[in-house]
Design a protein around this ligand. Structure first.
Ligand code: GUN
Length: 288
């Protein structure tokens, strides 16, 4: 039987609807959540992502403060901007779109963002909190993956979860979140000896590598929940994930499409973190 499609667009819409109410409530208290979005250079994919983030902010009532800087921006200039945004009380969250141009030190920039404004969740304070199971900003893409599982009633507790990919942005934090939900977690990567064998054990298979058709149908366990976090463009210009969707959906129990799965969820969770930042600053919590 073909898999149930996990509709990331719908789950994201439901989360944004809840956030809208939170934002209205904040506004009635005189607080408008503000997100500073920093883009350096002309990377076409980054420009598109940033435009999407800004559009979503507007639609929810979050104030989006765009900072578009030229490719020639120096490290000192970028750090100065981060310092200014850290000090600006109207800015609750700071997002520096990655990748930065090669001449800039990405790590130093991400470490400079004030921990209470780190809505990407990539800084050492946020990632440390994730390891420590303490409240904090959770990176948006892995958080979105967890929310999709939740929305479809898929409980990781006691299940074998396999994460393919060990990036700081997705794979590692996602493995920690699955562990937090009591899954038995395996992380696979480029040096994994027998990827197929590992994947076939997965009740929950999450893939974040960035390689089209990396996961073929015969690597999916019957009935597994497959979360595809890859975004790849084929030579024909089509957007595809890391999983061979057509083949995998014949074996999986649940599967996320690309587009329409992890992508919309990432933006929704960025909005979530921005509202969380504004609420935390006002001494409140965000309870979903
Ligand atoms: N580039 C690709 N994905 C992301 C993301 O989630 N956040 C930022 N800041 N840059 C990215």
């Amino acid at each position: 039987m073909a898999a149930e499609i996990i509709d990331g667009k719908k789950v994201a819409a439901d989360i944004k609807e809840k956030l809208k109410k939170e934002i209205e409530d904040l506004k009635s208290k005189g607080i408008t959540p503000g997100l500073a979005v920093v883009l350096v250079g002309e990377n076409p994919a980054s420009k598109k992502y940033v435009a999407n983030k800004e559009k979503t902010c507007e639609s929810l009532g979050i104030k989006s403060l765009g900072h578009k800087l030229p490719e020639s921006t120096t490290q000192e200039e970028l750090l100065k901007l981060i310092d200014d945004l850290n000090a600006d009380p109207s800015v609750h969250g700071i997002l520096v779109q990655l990748p930065l141009p090669k001449h800039l030190n990405e790590k130093e920039v991400m470490h400079r963002i004030a921990p209470e404004k780190d809505v990407d969740g990539f800084g050492p304070d946020s990632l440390g909190r994730l390891v420590l199971d303490e409240p904090g900003f959770i990176p948006c893409t892995p958080h979105g993956a967890i929310k999709m599982l939740e929305a479809y009633g898929i409980d990781p507790k006691g299940k074998n979860a396999v994460v393919v990919g060990r990036s700081i942005i997705v794979g590692k934090p996602l493995a920690l979140l699955l562990l937090r939900k009591h899954a038995t977690v395996t992380i696979c990567h480029s040096r994994t000896a027998n990827l197929k064998e590992e994947c076939l054990k997965a009740d929950i298979l999450c893939v974040a590598v960035g390689k089209a058709k990396m996961i073929t149908g015969d690597m999916v366990k019957e009935g597994a929940a497959v979360i595809d976090i890859g975004i790849n463009v084929t030579p024909e210009g089509k957007l595809v994930g890391d999983v061979d969707f057509e083949a995998a959906k014949e074996r999986a129990g649940y599967i996320t499409p690309v587009p329409g799965g992890a992508g919309p969820m990432t933006i929704a969770m960025l909005m979530y973190n921005t509202v969380l930042a504004a609420k935390m600053k006002a001494g409140m919590t965000l309870d979903f």
